[in-house]
Write a protein that binds this ligand. Structure first.
Ligand code: BGC
Length: 425
């Protein structure tokens, strides 16, 4: 696991900037080559982050064709990508993550990046666990842009103060704080009723109530005993109780709208991955003062990771040249710093100077290292890091149907989880 030593000095960054400038002059006269990049970074914070890559590419003389498909969590983007790929016209690069990279690799559609990887020393740069996910049949086919943490709680300190409560650190405290926030006249927990958001909250609750070992058995290994256990039933029931802290208009609401409810003081808290921090940053709020972050209640010793990456499709000629430049830029310090400052995540390469990052990002890095050593680092099921896309979809269905059902008992939902896992085998 990575150690993230802080050993890249500012002068190195300056050197990179100078090199980038020189390279852009060299490329200026070259034939205009373009990359088309599919992603779902469309919220305020996400778009600012995506723009960093567009600008760096353009500074090197390459064109950027933006293929943004709105929809948090990326389900719509993946559907659009499949139809483009099926018609034999995939983009140059696409936001594809985790085990799904292997699925695309097996279809024979991805192109390799080995030359760039070797020239840039990716093997030495990337933690093995990250590098392994980016390779198919031994060749790099994707490049990681960041590390997001999913198990976070965000809060508006003024709302907490008005309710006379502190940031909750356990699930019990979350319910108590939520009640006080409601009594003070605010929505306790901002949420958007979409399957992926329900699953995002559910996995944090399961992690808190069952611990990392249980999380690993249930949502990563799909162990049927764990999926059907009393522990699972308890997690489902606690998850369902959270509805009491949400408002009646949550159905279909986008995650960033929920974040804006915390920003403007309509709501007190939100359980969401740290792309939410990108929204607080875009609103020019200061971490630790104008908004608060903490590990999702009861998950202080765990870190559910979600690594965004760009997978490269098999393309030819000048498009391939531009694609290789894109891959190189993504792991350079200039991009890693600027992108992740805007995105809310921490850099994918562990050797960067983090002094420009806010206190939430510093905590994320610290917790990443600590949980990697102590065993609390787990892949996010809700964000495509743990299981295949079809299995994830089946789990989403169970979670969201149960959450929205008036009368489905938790026992029935647990049984359906077991069925989902069996169907996967
Ligand atoms: C992606 C993030 C994105 C979030 C909301 C996650 O699955 O990894 O990059 O910001 O969805 O759309």
């Amino acid at each position: 696991m990575p150690m993230y030593p802080f050993n890249i000095s500012f002068s190195k960054t300056a050197l990179v900037l100078a090199t980038t400038a020189a390279a852009s002059m060299a490329y200026a006269s070259a034939q205009a080559a373009e990359v088309e990049v599919l992603h779902w970074w469309t919220s305020g914070g996400e778009a600012r982050a995506a723009n960093v890559l567009k600008e760096l590419m353009e500074a090197e003389g390459y064109g950027w064709e933006d293929f943004a498909v709105a929809g948090g969590g990326g389900e719509t983007a993946m559907t659009v990508l499949k139809s483009r790929a099926m018609s034999g016209n995939p983009p140059s690069a696409a936001q594809i993550k985790g085990p799904e990279i292997q699925e695309w690799g097996e279809l024979g559609l991805l192109g390799e990046l080995d030359e760039v990887a070797e020239a840039e020393g990716w093997d030495a740069l990337l933690p093995t666990t990250v590098a392994d996910v980016m390779r198919h049949n031994g060749s790099y086919v994707a490049v990681p842009v960041n590390v997001h943490r999913v198990n976070w709680l965000w809060a508006n300190p003024e709302v907490l103060a008005a309710a006379g409560v502190e940031m909750p650190t356990t699930l019990d405290e979350l319910f108590v704080a939520g009640e006080a926030i409601r009594e003070a006249g605010y929505i306790p927990l901002a949420h958007g009723g979409q399957a992926w958001q329900d699953a995002t909250v559910f996995e944090s609750v399961l992690l808190a109530s069952g611990g990392t070992e249980f999380y690993q058995r249930a949502l990563v290994e799909l162990d049927e005993e764990a999926l059907g256990s009393a522990q699972m039933i308890e997690a489902l029931e606690t998850f369902k109780r959270l509805r009491e802290l949400m408002d009646d208009d949550m159905s279909g609401r986008d995650w960033n709208i929920a974040t804006s409810m915390v920003i403007n003081g309509d709501a007190g808290m939100q359980l969401m991955g740290d792309w939410a921090k990108g929204e607080f940053t875009a609103a020019e709020l200061t971490a630790g003062e104008e908004y608060l972050c903490a590990a999702a209640p009861g998950t202080q010793d765990a870190f559910t990771f979600n690594i965004d990456s760009l997978a490269m499709f098999r393309v030819e000629g000048v498009e391939r040249e531009a694609q290789q430049a894109l891959a190189r830029l993504v792991l350079e310090p200039t991009f890693q710093e600027a992108f992740n400052l805007a995105k809310g995540s921490i850099p994918a390469r562990p050797d960067l100077d983090m002094s420009e990052f806010d206190t939430c990002a510093q905590q994320s890095l610290e917790d990443f290292q600590r949980t990697a050593e102590e065993g609390g680092l787990v892949p996010s099921m809700a964000h495509g890091m743990a299981v295949r896309a079809d299995v994830q979809g089946a789990i989403f269905d169970v979670v969201t149907n149960y959450f929205n059902s008036r009368d489905m008992p938790a026992e029935e939902a647990a049984r359906r989880m077991v069925n989902a896992a069996q169907a996967a085998l």
